[in-house]
Design a protein around this ligand. Structure first.
Ligand code: PHE
Length: 539
């Protein structure tokens, strides 16, 4: 059967930009930039963009186009045994869309509340208490929040409506959902710039603090932000590129997508900081005391600032949440599309059925995050998916293409039909630089993880929502590739890892050394003896 195609190059590029441009551009980038040297952050950020972001995007586009398949099948075509890496990517992405859709559900709720500015004067209490009904901890789920469930239904209904009809419909929808948030952001930039205090806000965002460049964490923040922001390592760009024609451009499309995304982030910073500057001006506090990132910015700080606007605050509130929804929707359906493509490529199931099935599962899974304790779980899963899932898959991708497929061969392939030719620097990035940075990022996060539990959550919650989810994703990925590999390799490996962790936790150091030494020495001896061939003499 003929593979589906994008209706035009523009449709493909817009869809990829839509996936990359998401909530993170508004609530993550400006805050990360502010924390890491303001204007000076652009230096590590741009370096990260050109040495890791664009090279990895070329890799994903190239792989998808070359293999004409979603991530699992594409990796299987590189080497049979590598199919699980593709599934792993898909499963990490699938985990993300489960809670990403819940964040969008909050946006639906706030779209409604913004009409009445329901949070007036007490945005923080309104969000955590009235709206989420937040419980005391992850151990208390305490029932579903009906308004959030309604939002979740709306989100999934839109996703299914778009994805089930294939990339042709995706291509049409993104012609609206990509420009719309940019236009809406422009409204905020214009409104913000004309308010008193705006310049103060911008000073915080843009004044360079070059001393931060000497801190390794600034560089890691830049690389982390680039990977997350470009939607890499979830099999999305592989899936999208698999619907490109075999002779399509790769490199230039990667440049366009990446630059458009980062340009939007930079632009969003103006919308955020001018308005925060105004708010600081009105309440008479320094800007540093009102800034925040993440959900706190979107659902507490910015709404507060909006309700202080001199004219028609409700209209601006409505526009703001419409901006978030239109930012989020194309990121959300790109994650679903990656999974649908993977399933549809692998099994004889129609795209429609695959969409309904996967969306149904994700909706049910998402209900966990709509409970009163949901925010805690969302935070935990998000932390682990980004710090380990994303980084792990990115590492595997660059090593596989760099060494198994061969960076040089791959580069020649993508160069053939591309408008911009890549030089040897790309090989260097994929083979050495990107894996090295991702490796450091991973070790760094691990060190922090063991130093203190993430955000002070109880250990059991981190085990279930963090480590447990990671192990589950990898094992399920291997199981989807082959049951045999799961039973013979990944299950025993995970079981020993768990056993080892339990030992580490409960045994005194002397016993640990005793067990490790005995296992290596005597276990190793037993293993080599068992492999020795019997009955030949004199050799
Ligand atoms: N890139 C999106 C953002 O910046 C988030 C995202 C991550 C979307 C992963 C899809 C997959 O918000």
């Amino acid at each position: 059967m003929e593979r589906e195609r994008w209706t035009s190059r523009m449709a493909f590029v817009m869809a990829a930009i839509g996936s990359a441009v998401g909530l993170g551009n508004v609530w993550r980038f400006p805050f990360v930039a502010y924390q890491n040297g303001g204007g000076a952050f652009l230096i590590p950020y741009l370096v990260a963009l050109f040495t890791a972001g664009i090279p990895l995007m070329v890799l994903e586009y190239g792989l998808g186009k070359m293999m004409q398949a979603g991530a699992p099948t594409a990796f299987a075509k590189v080497k049979d045994k590598l199919e699980w890496v593709g599934w792993w990517a898909i499963l990490v992405g699938f985990t993300i869309v489960i809670y990403y859709a819940v964040v969008m559900a909050w946006c639906w709720g706030y779209l409604y509340h913004s009409l009445f500015l329901s949070w007036k004067g007490r945005a923080e209490d309104f969000f955590y208490k009235d709206f989420l009904g937040l419980s005391d901890g992850p151990g208390k789920l305490g029932g579903l929040r009906l308004p959030v469930v309604v939002g979740l239904v709306l989100t999934w209904a839109s996703i299914v409506w778009i994805v089930q009809h294939g990339v042709r419909r995706v291509g049409r929808v993104v012609m609206v959902t990509v420009p719309l948030p940019v236009i809406l952001l422009a409204i905020f930039v214009l409104r913000g710039a004309t308010l008193p205090g705006a310049m103060e806000g911008l000073k915080f965002y843009l004044t360079p603090d070059f001393s931060k460049l000497a801190e390794p964490r600034t560089w890691l923040a830049a690389y982390g932000q680039i990977f997350f922001s470009l939607s890499l390592a979830f099999g999305i760009m592989i899936a999208y590129a698999s619907y490109l024609h075999e002779r399509a451009d790769v490199n230039n499309n990667a440049f366009i997508t990446a630059l458009a995304n980062c340009g939007t982030s930079y632009f969003a910073g103006f919308a955020v900081f001018t308005v925060l500057g105004y708010m600081a001006h009105v309440v008479g506090k320094p800007v540093a005391e009102v800034v925040s990132g993440g959900p706190g910015l979107a659902f507490v700080t910015y709404p507060t600032a909006i309700s202080l606007l001199p004219t028609v605050p409700a209209v601006f509130g409505f526009i703001f949440f419409l901006t978030l929804l239109s930012l989020g929707i194309d990121s959300a359906f790109s994650l679903v599309e990656a999974a649908v493509t993977a399933v549809h490529d692998r099994w004889p199931i129609s795209r429609r059925k695959a969409t309904w099935l996967l969306s149904g599962i994700a909706f049910l899974g998402g209900l966990l995050f709509t409970t009163k304790g949901g925010l805690y779980w969302l935070d935990i899963v998000d932390h682990f998916a980004n710090n380990y899932g994303l980084v792990g898959v990115g590492l595997a991708e660059s090593l596989i293409v760099g060494y198994v497929l061969g960076a040089e061969r791959f580069r020649e392939h993508v160069n053939t039909d591309s408008e911009v030719k890549l030089g040897r620097w790309w090989d260097f990035c994929i083979k050495f630089l990107t894996p090295a940075i991702l490796g450091i990022l991973m070790v760094w996060s691990l060190a922090r993880e063991f130093g203190s539990p993430y955000s002070g959550y109880p250990g059991w919650a981190l085990l279930v929502g963090g480590w447990g989810v990671i192990l589950l994703q990898i094992n399920l990925g291997v199981a989807l590739m082959s049951r045999r590999a799961f039973l013979r390799a990944s299950l025993p490996a995970s079981a020993s890892l768990v056993a080892f962790a339990v030992l580490l936790k409960f045994l005194p150091p002397m016993w640990i050394m005793f067990i490790v030494a005995s296992a290596v020495l005597y276990g190793g001896l037993a293993w080599s003896l068992s492999r020795a061939r019997r009955g030949y003499e004199g050799m």
